[in-house]
Ligand binder design. Structure first.
Ligand code: FE
Length: 134
């Protein structure tokens, strides 16, 4: 995948303070506050920073964790994985495959068919509805 590289200053200009904090400083929005948490419309979720397509609504599920959750990315190289040892835990961080922006973490307690739970910050995502399902 073609990568997008920008300076902190450029990202700061293009993103809202909340988006910048999540995507560029690995921040986490407060649980149950994300705009897309309850969204059940059909469509695509893209990276709020670079518009890379990340998830499709068919893979979104109610995880009860307070953040938008998906059981799979839209394609393999849409996201990248990193070991995150912060806060005394060992977790797998998920970043955007195109711009490297922090999206959230993936856990292995999700539903079939993958068993994975991509626990994503709503503030790192943008939703684009698709009106025609065919
Ligand atoms: Fe991105």
């Amino acid at each position: 995948m073609e990568k997008v590289k920008k300076t902190d200053e450029e990202w700061r200009k293009e993103l809202t303070p909340e988006q910048y904090h999540i995507l560029r400083e690995k921040g986490t929005e407060r649980a149950w506050t994300g705009e897309l948490l309850e969204n059940k419309d059909f469509g695509k979720y893209t990276c709020a920073a670079c518009h890379n397509e990340l998830f499709i609504s068919d893979t979104k599920f109610d995880s009860g964790c307070g953040w938008p959750s998906f059981f799979a990315p839209i394609k393999k190289d849409a996201v990248e994985y990193h070991i995150d040892k912060s806060f005394g835990m060992i977790r797998t961080e998920v970043t955007c495959g195109k711009c490297g922006g922090h999206l959230g973490h993936v856990f292995h307690d999700g539903p079939p068919p993958t068993g994975e739970r991509f626990c994503m910050n709503s503030g790192a995502l943008k939703f684009t509805p698709i009106s025609d399902r065919s």
